[in-house]
Design a protein around this ligand. Structure first.
Ligand SMILES: [Zn+2]
Length: 402
C-alpha cells in the first residue's frame, strides 16, 4: 500500500507552534529478534505560547502495534482516543498529564530506512527527518524538545554493546542471559536526534580535556574486522573538538562522545546527540588502502557531524523548512575547519568546483528549489546540494558581510 497515494503539501505559512510541550521522555526498549517492545512515558504540558483552541492532541506513529495506552495511570477509554495509520489522536486531554504506552515493532522487517531496524545482527536507528514516529507515539517535529532517559534490554551474547544518547547511567545482568544499560541525556533535544545501537562491536578509546578542564571520554565503535582503521577518525574528532573551542568558543557538553561506524548504516552519517552513527566508509582508513582524498573526506565528515552538536542539536530547527539553517551553516563550518587543517586556497577551489558541477546543474534543472522552500510534500527530498552547499555559500556571504 502506498502511504502517499494522495500526498499532502506542507506550507511554511501554515506553521503553528505545538499545543502541548513534552518535558521528559522515558523509553524502555525490550529488544528481541522478533517482536521488540517499546514502553514510553511522556510528561506533557500545555504550551504557554499556543493560542489556538486546545481540543485534541495528535501524536505521530507509523507501523506501531498498540499494546496499551494510559493517561495519568488509567487505561484510556475507547472513546477518548482514536488510532489510524499515521498516529493517535487524544480527544480533550488535560493541560498537564503523563501518557504511557507500549507498542510492538518489527525492526527485523523494517526496510523504510527510518526508525529502528535490525541488519547484520545489529539494532540501529535513523530518526531524521521523521523516523522517530516508527518507534513510539510522539509529536515528531523539531520544535518539541524534551529530556530523554533510555533503558535498553537485550540478549547479552548477541548484543554485548548497548548505546544511546547522553551519559551512561547503570548497566547490569538480567535473568535468561539478558542484560540492560541505561542512558540519560540531560539536554533537551528534538526526536530526530534520538538514537540507539545494540550489537557486537569493538571500540577504540581516547579522551579530550575541554577548555574549562572537563574530561570527555571518546569512543569509536566498529565491527571487529574494522578495528585497525579508526585512528584517523579519532584524530579528526579531537582536532574538531579543539577547533570549535578555539574558533567559536563552543565546548562539548556531555561526559562521553560516541561514534558508531557500521557497514549497514543506510544514511551517510547522522549527528544524533552524543552518539553519531556513520556508514563505515566515512570513518575507516588505513595508509595502505586509503588515498589522501579519503583522509580529507573522513576528516570533513567527522567534523561536520561533531559541529552539529552546536549548530543543529543545541540550536535546532523550528521546522523542516529551516533544514539549511543547520545544514548550510554546518557545511560552512566544516569547510572552514578543513581550510584551517589543510590549504585554504585549495579547499576553496575544491568547494567551488563541487558547487559549479552539482549545485549549478540542479539550479538550472526542473529540480531547482530555494535554500529555504515555501512548501514541500516529502522533506526527505530536500537533502540536496542546494540546501547544503548553496546554503553554506549564503552563510559565507553573511560571514563576509559581518
Ligand atoms: Zn549535516
Amino acid at each position: 500500500m502506498w502511504k502517499n497515494a494522495s500526498p499532502k503539501t506542507i506550507y511554511l505559512k501554515d506553521y503553528q507552534p505545538p499545543a502541548w510541550l513534552t518535558e521528559t521522555v522515558d523509553l524502555e526498549f525490550h529488544l528481541h529478534e522478533h517482536g521488540t517492545r517499546v514502553i514510553s512515558r511522556l510528561t506533557l504540558e500545555k504550551n504557554p505560547d499556543y493560542f489556538g483552541e486546545m481540543t485534541e492532541l495528535r501524536l505521530d506513529g507509523e507501523d506501531l502495534k498498540a499494546i496499551w495506552l494510559r493517561l495519568n495511570g488509567e487505561e484510556l477509554a475507547s472513546d477518548a482516543y482514536s488510532i489510524d495509520e499515521q498516529g493517535v489522536t487524544l480527544f480533550r486531554p488535560p493541560a498537564k498529564f503523563v501518557l504511557e504506552s507500549e507498542v510492538e515493532l518489527s525492526p527485523e522487517t523494517n526496510t523504510a530506512l527510518e526508525g529502528l531496524y535490525r541488519s547484520s545482527g545489529m539494532f540501529c536507528t535513523q530518526c531524521e527527518a521523521e523516523g522517530f514516529r516508527r518507534i513510539t507515539w510522539y509529536q515528531d517535529r523539531p520544535d518539541v524538545m524534551a529530556r530523554f532517559k533510555v533503558r535498553l534490554e537485550a540478549d547479552k551474547e548477541s548484543y554485548p554493546v548497548l548505546l544511546s544518547n547522553g551519559n551512561p547511567l547503570e548497566h547490569g545482568d538480567l535473568p535468561n542471559g539478558r542484560h540492560y544499560a541505561e542512558w540519560e541525556d540531560p539536554i533537551p533535544k528534538p526526536s530526530y536526534l534520538f538514537a540507539l545501537v545494540a550489537g557486537d562491536l569493538e571500540f577504540i578509546e581516547d579522551e579530550f580535556i575541554t577548555e574549562s578542564g572537563k574530561k570527555v571520554q571518546l569512543r569509536i565503535y566498529v565491527e571487529a574486522e574494522n578495528i585497525d582503521k579508526c585512528e584517523h577518525a579519532m584524530r579528526s574528532l579531537i582536532n574538531s573538538m579543539r577547533w570549535d573551542e578555539e574558533k567559536y568558543g563552543r565546548e562539548y557538553d556531555l561526559d562521553v562522545f560516541n561514534i558508531v561506524a557500521v557497514n549497514d548504516f543506510n544514511m551517510g552519517a547522522m549527528e544524533n546527540k552524543g552518539l553519531n552513527i556513520f556508514n563505515s566508509k566515512y570513518v575507516l582508513a588505513r595508509p595502505d588502502t586509503a588515498t589522501d582524498e579519503d583522509y580529507q573526506g573522513i576528516e570533513a565528515v567527522i567534523a561536520h557531524e561533531y559541529f552539529h552538536n552546536w549548530t543543529g542539536n543545541r540550536i535546532t530547527c523550528r521546522d523542516w523548512f529551516q533544514l539549511s539553517l543547520k545544514e548550510g551553516f554546518t557545511v560552512y563550518r566544516d569547510q572552514e575547519f578543513s581550510a584551517d587543517m589543510g590549504d585554504r586556497g585549495v579547499k576553496r577551489i575544491d568547494d567551488v568546483r563541487l558547487l559549479r558541477a552539482h549545485q549549478f546543474a540542479e539550479d538550472s534543472s526542473p529540480m531547482a528549489h530555494p535554500v529555504r522552500p515555501d512548501s514541500y510534500m516529502e522533506i526527505n527530498n530536500f537533502y540536496t546540494v542546494t540546501v547544503y552547499e548553496k546554503g553554506a555559500e549564503v552563510v559565507r556571504m553573511q560571514a563576509n558581510l559581518l
